[in-house]
Design a protein around this ligand. Structure first.
Ligand code: PHE
Length: 457
């Protein structure tokens, strides 16, 4: 209202609670659920890993997600602007700056993998990945990732596609698209699940997913679970601050977080049900690693009746998931540029996707033209993944938690938590506050330092 009186356009936001859930869940659900979650679960022993992941998500990622949403909604500003509003003339805004940098680095490799996925939709339709021989599907994947023009084309395609949606705006772009896509994703996943569960021998895959073997739990398994819980729920880099800034005063934020976290976990487990029974049914190993999605899965689908049909559905669903996540990644720098530099949304988006195309091409070409270039012993793709998941997101997470717990304080926080006292949720707020004030920073710091080799177990 004030903005209108000053003659400025009112700030855009999500128009409904359903839209809030769709957009936020759209950010959480992504390649993390269908590409990372199954292969990390596969490599770390299945059900026991999932259990640890759930604990990490509930006690660490979810409280930080809530912190971000509250900081965003309180200030109705982008990730940098939010801190500038809440802590004027203090260096806290650097947490937002780190978020903007993280979003660029994540998008650099994320848009590359999303490009592979989009190309696989077309390959599935054309039948080029239909083969029951893993050597054959391996060869197709190798040709794609070791190419130059093809992967770059698909990466640009993804950026242009998602950039167009971002240009349409917050409610007309992000909210409208995720509201349409999320149910489609769920239905497609359900169809593929039913197919997978009705394969002979499916029970072995289910055992792998649901029967925990606690002897598999080690410090490295716990580390992997924590890292994934960050990436999965899109926290530690201002995505949720930015989305929170588009939420209205009546949204129940703690409830939104729980809904999104539980639904996101459900999608991950459903992705596991789609993949592991089928993998076992056709005699593959569950720990194939990152290539599980691009080599094992096409072979598995090709070996079953109506395989091509389900393969097309499957890769469409992965593409849908990636789209919602990229929208939220793009929105972080776009909102920042629009608000802090007063540049139009269209120009800000265009500039952002051009910059990502540039940085992203170094990830895409990291195994070919740039394969000689290594930083800290890693190629560009692995470097961006490592620096964000293992350093920037946990670090950002610590600071979001510390900001709420030690700088903002309980009273001011509770104003936002309880929608100015309208929600009677003080007990929950107390638990949350202890988690962000003490538990989360300490736990994350331990993980961070162990991951970087400063602490050894
Ligand atoms: N949560 C997304 C996924 O699981 C990835 C993501 C990370 C999106 C950080 C936004 C910010 O794929």
């Amino acid at each position: 209202l004030q903005d209108t009186q000053l003659g400025k356009k009112p700030r855009e936001g999500f128009s409904s609670s359903v839209g809030v859930i769709a957009a936020t869940l759209g950010s959480a659900v992504g390649l993390g659920n269908i590409w990372k979650f199954p292969y990390v679960t596969g490599q770390n022993g299945g059900a026991a890993f999932i259990l640890i992941y759930l604990i990490a998500a509930l006690l660490i990622s979810a409280p930080i997600m809530l912190s971000e949403l509250m900081i965003g909604r309180k200030t109705h500003a982008n990730a940098v602007g939010a801190f500038k509003t809440l802590a004027k003339h203090e260096p806290w805004f650097l947490v937002g700056v780190s978020g903007v940098i993280s979003s660029f680095l994540i998008m650099a490799f994320y848009s590359c993998v999303a490009g592979w996925v989009f190309s696989y939709v077309f390959k599935a339709v054309a039948g080029t990945i239909e083969s029951t021989s893993p050597q054959q599907t391996f060869a197709v994947f190798q040709t794609l990732v070791n190419g130059v023009g093809e992967p770059l084309f698909w990466q640009l395609f993804v950026l242009a596609f998602t950039g167009t949606i971002i240009m349409a705006g917050v409610s007309k772009g992000i909210e409208r698209v995720t509201k349409a896509l999320m149910p489609i994703l769920f239905v497609l996943l359900l169809i593929v699940d039913i197919r997978s569960l009705t394969l002979p021998g499916a029970s072995q895959g289910l055992k792998f997913l649901f029967q925990p073997d606690f002897s598999k739990i080690s410090i490295s398994v716990i580390l992997a679970a924590l890292g994934l819980a960050f990436f999965k729920l899109s926290v530690g880099m201002g995505t949720m601050t930015t989305y929170g800034s588009y939420m209205g005063e009546n949204e129940n934020l703690p409830k939104t977080v729980l809904t999104v976290m539980l639904s996101d976990t459900l999608v991950s487990i459903m992705a596991g049900i789609a993949i592991f029974p089928a993998v076992y049914a056709f005699g593959f190993k569950p720990d194939a690693g990152p290539s599980l999605l691009f080599i094992t899965i096409p072979t598995v689908f090709s070996s079953m009746p109506f395989g091509r049909f389900f393969m097309i559905l499957f890769f469409i669903l992965v593409a849908v998931a990636a789209t919602g996540a990229i929208l939220s990644l793009l929105e972080v720098p776009v909102a920042y540029i629009v608000e802090e530099y007063k540049i139009s949304r269209r120009m800000a988006t265009l500039g952002t996707i051009m910059a990502i195309a540039l940085v992203g091409s170094t990830a895409t070409l990291s195994t070919t033209l740039l394969s000689q270039m290594h930083i800290f012993g890693k190629n560009f793709f692995d470097l961006y993944d490592f620096v964000t998941s293992n350093i920037l997101l946990p670090l950002g997470g610590i600071f979001f938690a510390i900001f709420v717990g030690w700088r903002w304080g309980f009273e001011d926080m509770f104003e936002v938590f309880s929608n100015h006292g309208r929600l009677k949720n003080e007990g929950l707020a107390r638990i949350y506050f202890i988690l962000v004030k003490f538990f989360a920073p300490v736990a994350i710091a331990l993980v961070l330092l162990t991951g970087l080799g400063f602490i050894q177990f």
